[in-house]
Write a new protein. Sequence first.
Length: 162
Amino acid sequence: MPESPAPSVATCLWFQTDPEPAAEFYAGLLPGSSWSVPNREMLPDGSLGAAFMAEVVLQGQRLILMNGGPQFKLTPAASIQVHVETQAEIDRLWSALLEGGSENRCGWLTDRWGVSWQIIPRALPRLLALPDRAAAGRAMQAMMGMVKLDIAALEAAAAQKV
């Protein structure tokens, strides 16, 4: 008897409308990402309507975007973290995702579809784990006062002599 395939895991996000535009947009944000629409609703005239589900693979992380209707809303209780190397990448992603969305604190924003994102520089975990706990604390305090994270300001806060 052939073995059944191993289970697979994906995060499913509940959208209130057609998720296809979001899927295409998200896949365009990060290199090595893709999207697809496995099915669409059939309209009474036999034509295809909105996507019921869309699949996005963001650099290997699989997301299912479901057109679930207005019963539930997305919240910042679940977010997508993107770790980047440079301030230019932070700025690019922040600008693209913020269009039609809203800023939050500490590198968080909500996009126009209600999905929460954290745009995090790779420097942040390194700074927060510094053996000099006072320097790490200064980096944390600097982060807490920011909306979009600023790598140079985080590094300057950690390096500040007291």
